[in-house]
Design a protein around this ligand. Structure first.
Ligand SMILES: Cc1ncc(C[n+]2csc(CCOP(=O)(O)OP(=O)(O)O)c2C)c(N)n1
Ligand SMILES: [Mg+2]
Length: 341
């Protein structure tokens, strides 16, 4: 599903076709992650994947309606962001497999991919490293006098890093067009959020920086979309950053290499609150989706995934002769700035 140059829409503006598109993007993300999981367990992805199963509504709802020239900085669990920002599943799967046809030409690991054409800045496994980069993007937009925005994604654990404080503080002081999106999935690795954060809602921390802080249901794609669009409009107007805390839950272990240790009844509760299941029920109630159209979407997406896996598996690894290409920026440093050589 292309997301290029789509105008911003609030929920009131969303047509049935938009609702179906949102649903399809979430199904696509879910099936993508399931395939990654299967490939990891059956064959050989060198890195253990950190799947976003259960958190699809956040990336999809927030990126839907963004412009192509807006930037996003995904977290280590950010595949829904890549998909909703317009990267094709084939290219993304090639990236996960480290192939030359992937977004970063196979020169980054799956956790460090970026895709500047689609406005995706390379993330990092170092949690919290997104903050300075996102703020840097905000400063660049300000200097260039554009109305682009940058969405910065991170987990509840990352919100305890010093970079969080420095990033939000600077963004607020300078009224930068950055939207901080916390995917609070209630755990950082094995640590439950109440053991690492004293306040009930991470969004409360926004008060300390002088920016709006909003807590929403991160498993409700329409709530995510509406809230992020309002923050995006505010940032484009020059009114500065917003912190949005999306309460959610990952439905897989921290990563596929790790054991699950959360209580089964807790997992069962959150499977009932699965964002795709809920949105599907909503669309059935509204008469936007029915059994036939739902099955058609599932089948189309499954076929798209077959093509994606085939493309990725048949793609070559990058050639050793290209090792140093694309790795260093062209240009020279003058007066502390990178300039065209
Ligand atoms: C600076 C740093 N410290 C520790 C780690 C190891 N680590 C990887 S993921 C993770 C937990 C992250 O939790 P959270 O920010 O809530 O994101 P989630 O995994 O829940 O999406 C930790 C501690 C790391 N990658 N970087
Ligand atoms: Mg977390």
């Amino acid at each position: 599903m292309e997301n290029k140059d789509r105008p911003q829409k609030s929920n009131r503006d969303l047509k049935d076709a938009d609702l179906i598109a949102l649903y399809r993007l979430m199904v696509l993300t879910r099936q993508f992650e399931e395939r990654v999981c299967k490939i990891y367990t059956q064959t050989s992805i060198p890195e253990t994947p950190h799947l976003c199963i259960g958190q699809e509504a956040i990336g999809v709802g927030s990126c839907y309606g963004l412009r192509k020239d807006d930037f996003v900085l995904p977290s280590l669990r950010g595949r829904s962001v890549f998909i909703a920002k317009g990267v094709s599943p084939s290219v993304l799967m090639a990236g996960v497999l480290g192939k030359a046809t992937g977004p970063s030409k196979g020169k980054y690991t799956a956790h460090h991919m970026g895709d500047l054409e689609n406005g995706i800045l390379a993330g990092s496994l170092i949690i919290g490293s997104q903050f300075p980069t996102a703020v840097g993007a905000g400063i660049a937009f300000r200097l260039k006098k554009t109305d682009q925005v940058c969405l910065c994604y991170f987990g509840d654990g990352a919100s305890n890093r010093g970079d969080f404080h420095e990033g939000l503080n600077l963004a607020a002081i300078q009224k930068l067009p950055v939207i901080f999106i916390c995917e609070n999935n209630l755990y950082a690795l094995y640590t439950p959020v109440e053991k690492s954060i004293a306040v009930k809602d991470i969004a409360l921390r926004a008060q300390g920086y002088g920016m709006p802080g909003i807590t929403i249901d991160g498993n409700d794609v329409l709530a995510v979309h509406q809230t992020v669009q309002e923050a995006v409009n505010r940032a484009r107007r020059g009114d500065g950053p917003t912190l949005i805390e999306c309460k959610t839950y990952r439905l897989r272990p921290h990563c596929e290499r790790f054991q699950e240790n959360r209580p089964p009844e807790e997992l069962a509760y959150w499977w009932q609150r699965c964002p795709i299941k809920r949105f599907k029920a909503h669309l059935f109630d509204r008469g936007v989706l029915n059994e036939a159209s739902h099955h058609r979407i599932e089948e189309e997406v499954a076929e798209e995934m077959n093509q994606a896996v085939k493309f990725a598996e048949e793609s070559p690894y990058p050639d050793a002769s290209e090792l140093c290409e694309d790795v260093y920026a062209d240009g020279v440093i003058r007066g502390g700035r990178l300039c065209a050589s």
